[in-house]
Write a protein that binds this ligand. Structure first.
Ligand code: FDA
Length: 325
C-alpha cells in the first residue's frame, strides 16, 4: 500500500523540497546513487568493470522546466562520453537517458511562437522536437566511442513520443535501445513491433504510478505479463535485456533463452546499482552478460523515491536514518 503513496510523493514539488532539504544521511542516497559528479563515478565504473560487470550510466534528473536545463542535461551526458572515451570500454559502458530531462515535456519553440497569449495551452509533449535535438548529439558521441544509448521509459503519457524518437534515432544508429514496461496493457503489442533484427529492448516491470485504464496493478498480473512479453522478445530476433531483480523471472528468462536456442551473448541481464549486488556477481560468474544501471548526479529525488516505493523496507531504513541523526 505504501508504494503508490511514495510514487505520488515523487511527483510533488512540495515533497521534493521537504525531502531534499531533510537531513538525509548521504549513506542512504549513496546506496542507490553512488556519486554526484563524473569524477566521483569514474572509480565506480572502473571497479564494476574490473569485476566483469557491464554498465548503463544514468545522469539523474527528470521533469526539467526550461530549455537551458535540457541543454545542461545533454552537456552532462556529453561530458560523461568524454570520460568513457578515456576508459576505452566500448559497449561495456553504455548510457540510459530519460527524455523528460532532455526537454520532452516542454512547449516546443515553434508551438510557443505560433500561439497567441490567449490561445490554447501548449501541447503537453510539444518538446518532442527539442528532446530529439538534444538526444541526437549524445547518441552520435556514444557511437563515435563504440557504445550505445538506451531510452528509458517514463510514465505512459510520454511513450508515443519516446518510441517515435527511438525510431528516428535508429535510422542512423540502429543499435539505440529502448525500455518497455510489463505493467502497461499496450506493451505486448509494442514488444511485437520491437522484437525484430538488430533491436535492443530492455523489459522492466514499470516504476511509475499508472491508472487502472492503462496498467495492471497487481504484482501477479504484472509478473504474468512480464513472462508473456519476455517470450515475445526471446522468440524474436532482437537482443532482449532483462531488467529485473526478481529471482523467479531471472530463472524463467534463462529457461526461455534456452528454449529459443539463444547463446549467452544473445541476451543480457540488467539490475540497478545497490540492489541484489551479490546476484550481479553470481550471474556474471555463470558467464551471463550482467549490466548494472548506475545513476549519479545531484538531482536524485525522483530516482531515489522510485527505489523507496519498490520496497517499503527501504522507507523504514530511510526513516530510521533520519531519526537517528
Ligand atoms: P520486484 O519489485 O518484484 O523485486 C524483486 C526483488 O528485488 C525484491 O523482492 C527485492 O529483493 C529486490 N528489489 C527490487 N527493488 C528493490 C529496491 N528498490 N530496493 C531493494 N530491493 C529491491 N522502470 C521504468 O518504469 N522505466 C525504466 O526505464 C526502468 N529502467 C530500469 C532499468 C533497470 C536495469 C532495472 C533493473 C529496472 C528499471 N526500472 C525501470 C525499474 C523497474 O520497473 C522496477 O520498478 C524495478 O526493477 C523493481 O522490479 P523488479 O523486477 O526488480 O521486481
Amino acid at each position: 500500500m505504501l508504494g503508490p503513496v511514495i510514487l505520488a510523493a515523487s511527483r510533488s514539488e512540495q515533497m521534493r523540497r521537504l525531502i531534499s532539504a531533510a537531513p538525509v544521511t548521504k549513506q542512504v542516497v549513496d546506496r542507490f546513487i553512488p556519486g554526484e559528479t563524473v569524477d566521483e563515478i569514474v572509480p565506480i565504473v572502473q571497479d564494476l568493470t574490473a569485476k566483469g560487470l557491464e554498465l548503463t550510466m544514468d545522469v539523474v534528473g527528470e521533469d526539467i522546466t526550461t530549455p537551458e536545463q535540457a541543454a545542461a542535461a545533454r552537456d552532462a551526458y556529453l561530458l560523461l562520453v568524454d570520460r568513457l572515451k578515456e576508459l576505452e570500454l566500448g559497449t561495456r559502458a553504455e548510457m540510459s537517458i530519460k527524455l523528460s530531462m532532455f526537454g520532452q515535456a516542454l512547449p516546443s519553440p515553434t508551438t510557443t511562437l505560433l500561439e497567441e497569449p490567449s490561445g490554447p495551452a501548449p501541447t503537453p509533449h510539444g518538446g518532442h522536437e527539442l528532446a530529439l535535438a538534444n538526444v541526437r548529439p549524445v547518441v552520435e558521441a556514444a557511437a563515435a566511442i563504440g557504445t550505445t544509448v538506451t531510452l528509458d521509459a517514463e510514465d505512459h503519457t510520454t511513450l508515443d513520443s519516446m518510441f517515435a524518437i527511438h525510431e528516428e534515432l535508429r535510422k542512423d544508429f540502429p543499435e539505440t535501445g529502448c525500455v518497455i514496461q510489463a505493467y502497461l496493457f499496450r506493451t505486448e503489442s509494442d514488444a511485437r513491433r520491437l522484437a525484430g533484427a538488430g533491436s535492443r529492448v530492455r523489459l522492466v516491470k514499470g516504476a511509475y504510478k499508472e491508472p487502472t485504464e492503462v496498467a495492471y496493478q497487481q504484482k501477479h498480473e504484472i509478473d504474468k505479463a512480464y513472462v508473456r512479453i519476455l517470450r515475445i522478445l526471446m522468440e524474436g530476433s532482437g537482443y532482449p535485456m532483462i531488467g529485473s531483480h526478481d529471482p523467479r523471472l531471472i530463472s524463467i528468462a534463462q529457461e526461455l533463452a534456452r528454449r529459443a536456442g539463444r547463446k549467452l551473448d544473445e541476451y543480457e541481464f540488467q539490475m540497478l546499482y545497490g540492489i541484489r549486488s551479490d546476484e550481479h556477481l553470481r550471474l556474471a560468474a555463470e558467464g551471463h552478460r550482467m549490466r548494472v544501471y548506475t545513476a549519479y548526479g545531484t538531482d536524485w529525488y525522483g530516482y531515489f523515491m522510485r527505489r523507496l516505493a519498490e520496497k517499503p523496507a527501504n522507507l523504514r531504513f530511510f526513516a530510521r536514518s533520519m531519526l537517528t541523526r
